[in-house]
Design a protein around this ligand. Structure first.
Ligand SMILES: [Zn+2]
Length: 236
C-alpha cells in the first residue's frame, strides 16, 4: 500500500494523525504522512510522532521506503517503537520545513535568473545552492541577488499542476517552456508553475506566494569543476 503524501496537496499541513502499517529496523511506515522524504535536493523532514499514551517518538530523518510508494520515518536513537495498527499524532518541525520551502522556491527563481543548464543542487535549512554549466565570468553575485529579489518582490502566487503523460504528449509546447525535461512513464507528472517566471517538474514543497521567501543573498560563487559553477544563497 502506498503512503498518502499529504504534503503534496498541502505543504503547510503541520500536524496529522496516521495509522502504523509497519515497523522495521530502519523506519516506521504509516498509512499517510506530512513528513517529506529526502528527494530532489531537499532533505527529509524531522519532527515527532506522539502515541496515545503521550510517549514521544522523535523523528530524525525521513526517507523514501524500499517498497516503492512508501515512506520511512526514521526515529532518533533510543526512541520507543509503536505497534502496527496504532494511531499516532504527527507533527513536523515546522520552522525547519518552512525555511526549506522558502529556500527551495528561491532556487526555482535562481534557475530563471541564471540562464544556463543546472548541473546540480542542494537545500539545507540555512542555505541552498545550484550548480550551473556556465562560464564563471557570467556569474555576478550582486546582479543575481538583485534580480532574484526583484522577482521575489513581484509577489506571484505559485501553482501545483498535475498532468498525465497523454496531456504532456498532446502539448509539446508545454515541454518547450519548461526548464527541466519532465520524467515520463509514471502516468502523471507534478509541475510547479510560477506564472510568468518558471514551469518545471518538481515533487518538492514550495511556498504559496514567492513573496514569502522574503529575500535572498548570494554568499558564494565557486568553481566546482568544468560544468559546475556553484551559486550559494541564504535567506536575508
Ligand atoms: Zn520545486
Amino acid at each position: 500500500m502506498n503512503t498518502g503524501l499529504l504534503f503534496r496537496d498541502d505543504a503547510y499541513q503541520k500536524t496529522a494523525t496516521a495509522r502504523v502499517l509497519d515497523v522495521r529496523e530502519h523506519g516506521i511506515e504509516l498509512d499517510s504522512t506530512i513528513f517529506y522524504p529526502m528527494g530532489g535536493g531537499q532533505p527529509g523532514d524531522t519532527g515527532v510522532l506522539v502515541r496515545g499514551n503521550g510517549e514521544h517518538i522523535r523523528i530524525a530523518d525521513t526517507r523514501k521506503g524500499e517498497k516503492p510508494g512508501t515512506v520511512d520515518h526514521i526515529p532518533a536513537p533510543d526512541m520507543p517503537r509503536p505497534e502496527v495498527g496504532e494511531v499516532l499524532s504527527l507533527a513536523i518541525d515546522w520552522e525547519r520545513r518552512y525555511a526549506l520551502m522558502r529556500l527551495h522556491t528561491a532556487l526555482h527563481l535562481l534557475s530563471c535568473v541564471v540562464t544556463a543548464p543546472v548541473s546540480g543542487g542542494n537545500i539545507a535549512p540555512d542555505k541552498a545552492r545550484l550548480d550551473f554549466d556556465i562560464d564563471m565570468g557570467l556569474l555576478d553575485a550582486e546582479r543575481i541577488t538583485r534580480e532574484t529579489n526583484a522577482l521575489i518582490a513581484s509577489g506571484v502566487a505559485t501553482e501545483t499542476i498535475w498532468i498525465t503523460d497523454e496531456e504532456l504528449e498532446a502539448q509539446p509546447e508545454l515541454v518547450k517552456t519548461m526548464s527541466v525535461q519532465p520524467p515520463r512513464g509514471a502516468g502523471r507528472v507534478r509541475l510547479l508553475k510560477i506564472p510568468g517566471i518558471d514551469l518545471q517538474p518538481c515533487g518538492g514543497t514550495h511556498v504559496r506566494n514567492i513573496a514569502e521567501i522574503g529575500g535572498i543573498r548570494v554568499t558564494r560563487i565557486r568553481n566546482e569543476g568544468k560544468r559546475n559553477k556553484r551559486v550559494e544563497i541564504v535567506l536575508s
